[in-house]
Design a protein around this ligand. Structure first.
Ligand code: BQZ
Length: 698
């Protein structure tokens, strides 16, 4: 109790006269400002993955015979409204090996009931629309390679798994990569999947500056000057500037190389129609049902603010070793609610799946799932959920800042300013404000403790130190000239106004706004007025992408966990690859010197596959990042997968987030419910998707 009261008292004092106090502690040497980073509290993941090779999981092979649910044969094939399963499958389907399935070959039936907090904008993923997240886009979109399940792969064999690209080979000099697409696979409406779909995504969406594909695929995501061409309907060839940039195979996975149905989208694209780019992006609203997909389930019903229902894809191109066409589950539900409700419904058993990721819900979820009659099991993974305060570092116009915002950008670009902010963040208190117990760790920023490339000795930590923080701001000449407790810009900057900073955060998550409110409160003793700009998910994402923020509190991506996934986002390696520093109005990046070092380090990492060299490069990255407070780490904690106990084939140790989210990691197409446990939740039993754009299932 004592320190809290103390702190409270201390703050008020500082708030009023703080500026005076700090004068006396001038010239504290820099190294005095750093300190020993406390180790994260002991917290062992509840189950370990079974580490295997990619070839233990799957292969591409023609099988003597194929099967499907009996009702598909009797109601559709025999009725002549659907070709026999053998004709619907590719020459060599992807075959999942039974030995790698935790519970073996499955049976058909049942539904997985997801609850999500997002709302679908429409089905044009490559045109930039979100489908509501929570596993919808992950389930609909199949990509050239796959990385979600890589948490089970032996570290020394780590490489993206084949998917739509079933094999590839590098040229002698490593500058060319020839990829072989799965042959004879079809979209869920029976239209052939081939290089046309790949090239439409690349040429008319990634390379087209007027289109921003969802999840941020840009030309630089695959390397400056990289080209892609189709050699024939099932062969594509990449040409890179550097040799053997195996790194880009990760970028060919979810979310940056997942082709869309060109036979449906191309006619709507401005290059092939009179449509505007906006009309192209919005050409397939959520009401448009049966959009062709390569994924296992197709949307057949949409009730706004209520539910999206999906039915099994009759042309899905993956089977088990007995030739049973996947998926095993006939239906997927996505109830449109909130992310917090997802946890509640999963532990209550009225929902089937949740990524427990909001620390505020942990205690209740743990309590409920510990009861004997709990419908769901909960398994914690490693600490891969992390939040940071990110400052917009563009000084040359990204997001078209006004005079006030431009002045804030200049402060953001000042190391002493960022140091002051990070030292005013009391991470212990911030973590405990979310949840007590061994969950949250003191996170200074950069790569996460406990992850592959993390090195503690390379991590610079500026402990909580309000006095020194105020002193640094004094040193920047930010005086409270009008005595209202808020520092002012120096004369000639933003009319000497109060230093006011807007803070963007996502209202879809309590954790995001709680942390943001914590930051706002902790900046007050510094004499900085931080103003909440809390936005709903999609609006927040759009503002963040467009650079319309001074600061934002954000849950970080996979690049901070695995480094190898999303690598190009670790530094501004291209004009539109980085989350908080993108090109200004003149298209150039005004990088700070240490940022250039980070870019060079990341590019060197991409250009080598030598593990020792890579580990060394990431130590340099961590040192430069944390020493320069590239972003202000707020907290880091483990997430937990909540899954209903009736489901089988859930891999042990599946993290909710590593290379991708659990909706990908658990390989849902091979998840099943044993016959005796099946429930009757199907809303459209024994139906298949209808014609693209038609109402409801067939
Ligand atoms: C998981 C994920 C699956 C996006 C989204 C959402 C968007 C972001 C992020 C997570 C949700 C869930 O995260 O929180 O548990 O189901 O969907 O896609 O936050 O607003 O833009 O990056 O993945």
């Amino acid at each position: 109790m004592r320190w809290e009261v103390l702190l409270k008292k201390h703050i008020y004092a500082l708030g009023g006269a703080g500026l005076l106090l700090s004068v006396s502690m001038l010239a504290l040497p820099a190294q005095e400002l750093t300190g020993e980073l406390p180790d994260p509290p002991e917290f062992s993941a509840q189950s370990e993955p079974v580490f295997v090779s990619v070839s233990d999981i799957l292969e591409y092979k023609a099988l003597p015979e194929y099967n499907e649910p009996d009702w598909v044969t009797s109601k559709y094939v025999d009725a002549g409204t659907l070709p026999p399963v053998g004709e619907r499958l590719p020459k060599e389907p992807m075959v999942y090996k039974a030995a790698n399935m935790p519970d073996g070959i499955g049976v058909y039936g049942d539904t997985m009931r997801h609850v999500i907090g997002g709302r679908p904008e429409g089905w044009n993923y490559i045109g930039g629309q979100s489908q509501g997240w929570g596993g919808i886009d992950i389930g609909l979109s199949e990509c050239l390679t796959r990385t979600g399940p890589l948490f089970t792969i032996k570290a020394d064999e780590l490489e993206p798994m084949p998917n739509l690209a079933k094999s590839w080979e590098w040229s002698e000099d490593g500058k060319e990569l020839t990829m072989h697409l799965i042959e004879g696979a079809k979209w869920s409406d029976g239209d052939p999947f081939d290089a046309d779909d790949v090239m439409f995504y690349w040429e008319d969406n990634v390379l087209d500056q007027n289109v921003s594909p969802l999840n941020g695929g840009t030309p630089e995501t695959f390397g400056q000057g990289t080209t892609l061409e189709a050699l024939d309907p099932y062969t594509i060839k990449w040409t890179f500037k550097e040799a053997f940039p195996t790194q880009y195979l990760y970028a060919m996975a979810y979310g940056t190389f997942c082709p869309g149905p060109s036979h449906i989208l191309k006619p709507e694209h401005p290059n092939y129609s009179d449509n505007t780019y906006d009309e192209y992006k919005n050409a397939f609203p959520p009401e448009y049902l049966n959009i062709p997909v390569m994924g296992a389930w197709v949307p057949v019903e949409y009730r706004p603010d209520d539910i999206i229902v999906m039915r099994r894809n009759p042309y899905y191109w993956k089977v088990d070793e007995q030739g049973n066409q996947l998926p095993y589950l006939n239906e997927m539900h996505y109830r449109l609610s909130t992310w917090a409700d997802r946890d509640v419904q999963a532990v209550a058993g009225s929902g089937d799946f949740s990524n427990l990721e909001q620390a505020e819900s942990y205690v209740e979820a743990l309590r409920r799932s510990a009861e004997d009659d709990a419908p769901a099991r909960l398994q914690f993974g490693a600490r891969t959920i992390g939040y940071a305060l990110r400052m917009n570092l563009s000084g040359n116009g990204w997001g078209e800042p006004d005079a006030r915002a431009q002045a804030v950008r200049e402060l953001n670009r000042d190391l002493d300013f960022r140091k002051a902010v990070t030292m005013a963040v009391d991470r212990q208190r911030l973590g405990e404000s979310l949840v007590r117990g061994p969950f949250t760790a003191i996170y200074p920023g950069g790569l996460y403790a406990g992850t592959t490339y993390y090195d503690k000795d390379s991590t610079v930590y500026y402990p909580y130190n309000l006095e020194a923080a105020n002193e640094l701001l004094d040193g920047l000449g930010l005086e409270d000239t009008d005595g209202n407790g808020i520092r002012n810009f120096p004369e000639g900057t933003a009319n000497g106004a109060d230093v006011e900073i807007t803070l963007l955060a996502n209202t879809d998550y309590g954790t995001d706004t709680n942390l943001a409110e914590g930051v706002i409160a902790m900046m007050e003793p510094l004499g900085l007025r931080v103003i909440a700009n809390f936005q709903q998910g999609t609006a927040r994402d759009d503002m963040a992408q467009a650079g319309q923020f001074d600061w934002n509190v954000e849950r970080q991506g996979a690049e901070m966990v695995s480094v190898v996934q999303g690598t190009s986002a670790l530094a501004p390696t291209g004009p539109r690859t980085h989350p908080f520093h993108r090109a200004g109005t003149d298209g150039t990046l005004d990088l700070l010197p240490f940022e250039q070092e980070l870019v060079d380090t990341v590019n060197a990492f991409i250009a080598t596959s030598d593990n020792a060299e890579r580990a060394e490069l990431m130590k340099q990255y961590q040192q430069i990042f944390t020493e320069n407070v590239y972003s202000v780490g707020l907290t880091q904690y483990p997430g937990a997968l909540i899954i209903n106990k009736r489901f089988a084939n859930i891999p042990a140790g599946a993290p909710i987030f590593m290379f991708n989210w659990a909706e990908d990691n658990i390989i849902r197409e091979r998840v099943y419910v044993p016959e005796d446990k099946q429930a009757s939740y199907e809303l459209h039993p024994e139906t298949l998707p209808g014609e693209p754009g038609s109402d409801g299932p067939m």
